[in-house]
Design a binder for this molecule. Structure first.
Ligand code: GCV
Length: 860
């Protein structure tokens, strides 16, 4: 650290600056108004100020620099002081005022100039920060202006967690240079695999007029150290590169800039031809290269801090260099060379595969594609190209091994792509905290180091040169797909956005520590709230995995369309290659070198040996790596078939137990958050039963092996709608059969229909469930009556993601403590709406778990 002259002289240099306190008011006035859910973890709830600052809250905030990022840092501290400490700080940028109780913030150079150095040996790197005390002064020092902003957020985090700042000494630097989100937004305002409403960036083919949400999003991203955001779908709309659109997109970059978030774009390789009017988009053609140069120059003229581009090519219908016999390296490099003079990067996606594989070819394997397509190109990419690799070799399944490509490119920059939006993990209607899953990938030791030193994926993507790696950059990309509905729709899903940022900054943080940080920032420091939410979050991945994708099978969801409900066979007999190869004898993909697709051989030898052998392959990846009989015994001692049955029953039970756990927090979290989370957890509990029944029934039928515990196919209290007296309703087959109880449901093609049955069992208190289908479109009306008295009426008004009767639309209502007498008639009436024909699957009537004094049908 260097020092310069005495404070008086240095202060003169800053004295020309305007009194910052005057600006502070303006900053806050200009603060974007935030709607419900939007502040997320930046709500700045009151804390015990005396616990944080035992010697008194600093009343002066000194901002030494004038960078826009330091302005944001100051604005943020003001918000935090007011919200958390109930204190109105005085702002100055006169360094002399940094006496007494104050916070002084500035870059390393500004701090050096402010006062003789406190001995800090280590130079702060790009984006890094250091927080420390000099007697009563709290110093927020950044390696650069962005580091100052990150430091301010870090200080606010400590305050929100109510840590005592009597002693403070924290230095932190980002793990990797690239920490971006990708947003799969389309210009028409829709978002591919987005589950939280429309785009915050686009509407009706244009950039939104009101970008206040985009600004608020940049603030959130910045608070966890994310420094880049790709605003459009990797299935890129080609028109976005037209000059008028680039001008409009620059407005988004303008609102990102104060938070240090660099905007980037997904581009389509055919752009030179389609919008440039060239005869070709061959990346080795000189005119094509010139087109990219001038296009990129034009983008930088509009957006000087443009981050770079993301490219999806030769994948899922996108054109690419293969059309001209060129390689991904040729394609990436032509764009990279245009970006290079400006400091931009290309993130070239490793997600290149053939989705027309031959199911009959036992050697065909989609999992091989990344390595097969890229390994031979190692060392051929320019140094501002980063290959962006999904964490697993398939596609964000609930359990996958880490992609072997991470070890296959020792001379190429690599970034890991993680999916924050829950495409295959319950679409934010199921609670799945993904950080533990991501950490498993990041911590997987590829055993690729010649020196036998561990080489976990997190090291590979750090961009630091290590043993066998020669990387100049690397990073983390999170597919977030936030929308206007509380960013991710589900309040608890925000932990994934938060967690992604924190891991990208420091992957050695623990999943539990990140969950706890997020919980404290979002819900406060109440120990009961923390314990409950942390437990829900930390248990959630295994719960979801247990009823949707056992033993590394990948997923058993409907893979052809929306990836939400069960649809076991949809994986098979098509070109998509998400096969599970289940037949009457066994299940799983044989990916061994000895007899299978050879995929396992793509891993470095020690890891390959572990996966190749049944003796050492972990149970949780068994069906990913091997095809085994249903009678095969796992390391746990259970057979595969019994494990499938047990885990689905356990999972459904665990999902149900989340509901009362959350209910204990009523009154301890805001009413709206309480209600929203409760609604989702209840849905999940019901949907877990749909999953459980579908998967266990399907495998029982396929294997012919009954559940040793007699549960599958035997559902106490269940009455199939089709077996009841039908008043206008007609019976239909449901496809796939396993997604409806008994494979059938009833639908009503009249203005009103009913199903009814007479209760033949003893008088008592019962919990009554009606399992019905709620399609994306239509608001059917239902009512349940017992002995002529209406117990409940409801509308099928959810927006479950399909217009078919299947495992994505099957849902339920449960009414607790209904008094039913022998001989009572139970009747469900349905009134269709449009094409939604008030479909019913079954009723379930079981003795009440809790006898309440509140009698629902007390009117009787
Ligand atoms: C944006 C999966 C998703 C697609 C997505 C693709 C990708 O296949 O289902 O919606 O396309 O991944 O990552 O490019």
């Amino acid at each position: 650290m260097s020092s310069s002259g005495p404070c008086v002289a240095r202060c003169a240099a800053v004295s020309a600056a305007i009194l910052f306190s005057l600006l502070a008011g303006q900053f806050v006035a200009a603060q974007t108004p935030l709607g419900a859910g939007e502040p997320a973890w930046l709500a700045y709830r009151p804390v015990n100020a005396a616990a944080v600052f035992p010697g008194g809250v600093p009343d002066t905030i000194v901002k030494l620099g004038n960078d826009v990022l330091e302005d944001s840092a100051a604005r943020e501290l003001a918000l935090g002081w007011r919200g958390m400490l109930r204190h109105e700080p005085r702002f100055v940028n006169n360094a002399d005022a940094g006496q007494g109780r104050a916070v002084v913030m500035g870059t390393q150079a500004e701090i050096d100039a402010w006062r003789p150095p406190v001995t800090h040996e280590k130079h702060l790197t790009q984006d890094a920060y250091r927080l420390y005390r000099v007697s009563d002064v709290v110093v927020v020092e950044g390696g650069d202006a962005r580091g100052v902003l990150y430091g301010a957020f870090a200080l606010l985090r400590l305050i929100a967690e109510q840590h005592s700042l009597r002693v403070l000494d924290e230095t932190s630097a980002p793990w990797a240079l690239v920490r971006w989100t990708n947003e799969w937004d389309n210009p028409n305002g829709t978002i591919e695999r987005g589950y939280a409403g429309p785009s915050i960036f686009f509407e009706e083919g244009r950039v939104r007029a009101d970008l206040s949400r985009a600004a608020a999003y940049a603030r959130l991203l910045s608070s966890v150290g994310i420094d880049g955001c790709t605003i459009n779908n990797v299935n890129a709309a080609i028109d976005l590169l037209k000059p008028e659109n680039v001008r409009d997109i620059a407005r988004i970059a303008d609102v990102f800039r104060p938070y240090g978030v660099r905007l980037s774009l997904s581009v389509d390789m055919s752009s030179p031809q389609v919008i440039g009017g060239l005869k070709t988009f061959d990346p080795l053609n000189a005119e094509v290269a010139a087109w990219w140069n001038s296009k990129i120059d034009a983008i930088y003229a509009a957006i000087p801090d443009f981050g770079g581009v993301v490219i999806k090519a030769d994948s899922e219908g996108r054109v690419g260099p293969s059309q001209y016999g060129r390689s991904p390296a040729d394609a990436a490099n032509v764009v990279a060379r245009a970006l290079k003079p400006h400091g931009g990067v290309v993130l070239y996606r490793g997600f290149v595969y053939n989705n027309h594989l031959d199911w009959h070819d036992m050697k065909a394997d989609r999992a091989r594609a990344g390595y097969d397509n890229f390994h031979a190109l190692d060392g051929k990419f320019d140094d501002n190209v980063i290959v962006q690799i999904k964490h697993g070799p398939i596609d964000f399944q609930v359990r996958e091994p880490v992609s072997p490509l991470f070890a296959g490119l020792p001379n190429t920059n690599e970034a890991i792509e993680l999916q924050i939006t829950q495409e295959y993990t319950g679409q934010q209607r199921h609670l799945v905290y993904l950080v533990p899953m991501w950490k498993e990938s990041l911590n997987t030791d590829m055993r690729a180091s010649a020196a036998a030193t561990p080489l976990p994926v997190k090291e590979i993507v750090s961009g630091r040169a290590v043993a066998t790696q020669h990387h100049t950059a690397g990073g983390f990309v999170g597919v977030a797909n936030v929308g206007t509905d509380g960013w991710l729709g589900s309040p608890l899903a925000l932990s994934n956005l938060y967690g992604f940022g924190r891991l990208a900054w420091e992957p050695n943080l623990g999943a539990a520590a990140i969950s706890d940080e997020w919980t404290r920032l979002s819900f406060g420091n109440d120990p009961e709230v923390r314990a409950t939410i942390n437990k829900l979050e930390l248990d959630s991945w295994h719960i979801y995995e247990s009823y949707t994708g056992p033993l590394g099978v990948g997923t058993l969801t409907d893979i052809i369309g929306i990836h939400f409900g069960p649809g076991v066979e949809s994986a098979e007999r098509n070109g998509w290659g998400q096969w599970i190869r289940a037949d009457h004898d066994g299940v799983g993909m044989d990916r061994t070198v000895a007899t299978g697709t050879g995929y396992i051989g793509q891993y470095p030898a020690p890891l390959a040996a572990e996966y190749e052998s049944l003796a050492t392959c972990p149970d949780n990846l068994l069906l990913f790596m091997h095809h085994v009989p249903y009678t095969y015994r796992l390391h746990s001692g259970l057979t595969v078939m019994q494990y499938i049955d047990n885990t689905h029953y356990w999972g459904a039970q665990a999902a149900a137990a989340q509901v009362p756990a959350w209910e204990a927090l009523q009154g301890k979290v805001s009413d709206s958050t309480y209600a929203e989370v409760l609604k989702r957890l209840k849905f999940q509990a019901g949907h877990a039963i749909v999953w459980r029944d579908a998967v266990t029934e399907w495998f029982t039928k396929m294997s012919g092996i009954p559940d040793a515990l007699g549960r599958v196919g035997h559902y106490p209290g269940r009455i199939e709608a089709e077996s009841m007296h039908l008043d206008g309703y007609e019976t239909v087959d449901v496809t796939p059969w396993e997604t409806a109880s008994g494979g059938k449901a009833v639908i009503c093609d009249l203005p009103e229909c009913a199903v009814q049955t007479t209760w033949e069992k003893p008088d008592g208190w019962y919990d009554v469930t009606v399992q019905y289908f709620d399609l994306l479109h239509g608001h059917s009306r239902f009512s349940l009556s017992v002995a002529g008295n209406e117990v409940e009426r409801w509308i099928a008004g959810d927006t479950l993601p399909s217009d078919k009767l299947n495992g994505s639309t099957s849902t339920r209502i449960t009414l607790d403590n209904v008094a039913i007498h022998r001989g009572d008639i139970l009747r469900v009436t349905g009134r269709p709406d449009g094409a939604e024909l008030a479909p019913i699957d079954y009723l379930s009537i079981v003795p009440s778990a809790v006898h309440s004094t509140v009698i629902r049908n007390a009117a009787r």
